[in-house]
Design a protein around this ligand. Sequence first.
Ligand SMILES: Nc1ncnc2c1ncn2[C@@H]1O[C@H](COP(=O)(O)OP(=O)(O)OP(=O)(O)O)[C@@H](O)[C@H]1O
Length: 812
Amino acid sequence: MGAGISRRSEPEVHVVVVQSQENGQVDAKVVRKSYRKPESEGEVRCGASDDELSSEHHLHSRYIRQPTEGHHSYSKLKSPTHRRRNIPNQLTTRAFEPLRLSSSLSSDHRECAPDFITPSYSDPKHQQRVKAERPVTEELSPVGDIARTTFELFRTYDGAEEYTVYMRDDGKRFYVDFEEQKWRYFPKSWEERGYFKAIDYDPYENSESLAQGKQFRDTRSGEFIHPTKGKLVTYLRQETQNVLYFLDETSGAWLPMPLNWERHVPNITNLAEKVQKACPQWKDTRAIVALLRQCNYSVEDCVSIFTSLNDDGVLDTSEHSGRDMLRAKLEKQLVESRYQLKRMEERNKELEMDNEILQTKLQELEMENRRLKRDAERHSKYQQQIVNKKHSTSGRSIFFTPRRNLHVLKEDVNTLQTKIVSLQSAATKGMTTYRTMLDKFSSEITKLLCAYRGQSREIGEVRALYQKESLHRKLLYNEVQELRGNIRVFCRCRYDERGACALKFDASGMIVCSTGQGRRRAYDFEKIFPPNSTQEEVFQDTKATITSCVDGYNVCIIAFGQTGAGKTYTMMGSRDQPGVNIRSVKELFRICKERTKVKYSMKVSMVEVYNEAVFDLLVAPDDGHEKLQIIKKGKETVVQGLTEFEIRNMDDIMMVMQEGEQNRTVADTKMNTNSSRSHQVLMLRVEGYDRVSKTTSHGRLTLVDLAGSERISRSEATGIRLVEAASINKSLSALGQVFSSIRNNALHIPYRNSKLTFLLQPSIGGDSKVCVFVNISPLASNLAETISTLEFGQNVRQVELGQAHKHITKVI
Ligand SMILES: Nc1ncnc2c1ncn2[C@@H]1O[C@H](COP(=O)(O)OP(=O)(O)OP(=O)(O)O)[C@@H](O)[C@H]1O
């Protein structure tokens, strides 16, 4: 038992035809909406050829034939919404296949061309019939927004047919019926049989709506009055993008127009006004001009990007959002392009593999073909020999070859020949198929390669733009920082051979780490030093700040971070790789030596803050390690009884530092074998007497190596180590509170909450220049501490100290 099913668009009609095996009676049933099995037993043989189907489809009726010998039966079905038509009784007998609709009856085709169906559009005979039968479709109006349309060439894979296709801005395709001079919807089902090729289209040539643009293109040279530069000659040159150049009269060269100037060019102003008219909430003209540049001065593209970004919620329409919007767009484009590139690469690989397989198959077939040809030649030779032999023996008695044997041989040869011919034709057919497929794949590969190259170039451009933007942003930020007198915060990640790096150092100069639950966060600092950074590189960015203490500024450098994250390494360093402390003093000596008109003197002192008490590190503990008191004398903060040494060269400072390091409290902890248990503060007073201006500058350099924050649960500190850890954490949190209070402009800044903050008050709370190093570990096991250190750094970054002041006194 079986069934044939016919289906069309609503109302859905299913037909079941059953022929009883007992009496041969044929029965056809109409089942709507669902497929139902026929109840009577029988064998189904029903169907219709494509021709018959297509010729009847436009009648909107179906018939099913049961071709038993000499008898034809049919069932005529009609859809209630369509008209009835008589079906001819006489139908030819032929082998039927199960009743089906041709592939061209896809839903989109029906929707587009309701009154005609093209089952085999490449068949010219059929097309003629279709043209004769199809009623004229409504007058389609393909022209939408002409600037956003695409003209394409649709070519069938066998190359037999070509259509000019037009894609409207709403994505609908049309093709030109040249005979009837009409636009028709392009059926979706055709797309499987060929491919599209874009036809280059110049909107200036064809669009009336861009008459303004045409005029603009025709008058590429021009001049305009710049508010400060006066009259400037311009010329709009087209390269990959349109780029506006102006004639620099000094050098006589055409230079690209700066964005700020471009706003005053009348044509550009016109375009920008158009954009603003379309997007009234977008007020930032500079951003509009920037986006127009990116969109090759296409108002439509510009508006479209604006609208789409606005829809996505990406766009902030406030005045200063243009650059952000552009960046967001570029980032989005970058992500999309990367994804597409990846997909294309995958597809490319697949196609290349298919291609290889096909090549191998083709080679096999060619070998088979050659072998068959050789066999055929051998057999025809053999047959010829037999015939010759027969002729030569025809006059004689049948002594050599009995007639019967000859007959059998002849039959064998004939059979063999037939087989060879059929094999040859099969091989040729197979080869043709594989060749066609090969051609198809080759063209696809070529297309993909072109697209791939285009994408790569685009990605390169977008990436370069993005990096330029990031750099620009950073420079602007630095300028703003300079003006606001903020603390500069650097981040240094230590090198650690114990494990892989769990942090990502972004190309745009950010540090990215996972903050749990699949979320990631990027942290931005003045500069980020990845694990492989050298001590010299780290010092380079602080150098400028340090040297300003020679001019009379107070400068303070602080290293903050988890225990073992490399604070002491950054500040003190090793003998071979000296840190910021030694390099700073060396730099100070170098500058002092350079300035011959100024007489400098340097004095150094060193203290540690250990368990909430201040100790002089330049006094050996044996000589009486006394707690020192910090007191306020007017505006100054003074450590009572502090030893101060004058230093004249590097040897002096090296000796002093060695002494201080020896006296500092360090201990072996679970987290660091040489862990600093106190905050070390090195203070340098630099006085310079200018013989010419008769003034004295009083600069002060404070270098602070903080003790490391630690989680007691991880460091497993007990006894005295636990007391130390508690006091370290307390003073560090007091430091954090001081920064937060300054940031929030609090009336009271709690400097006195700890000895550390009280000691550092003149350095961090006044008119100093401050650099903070946040030291972090790259290990995944330290991620929680790393994140809290990075958060601390971000908070400190927001602090505004105001502009630093020079300390200069006039000598009478
Ligand atoms: N960038 C680096 N390259 C190579 N080794 C480093 C680096 N940073 C730190 N180290 C090494 O890591 C170890 C711990 O560093 P360091 O003592 O400077 O950490 P710390 O933050 O000062 O710790 P604590 O707060 O416990 O004193 C030292 O042996 C140091 O030499």
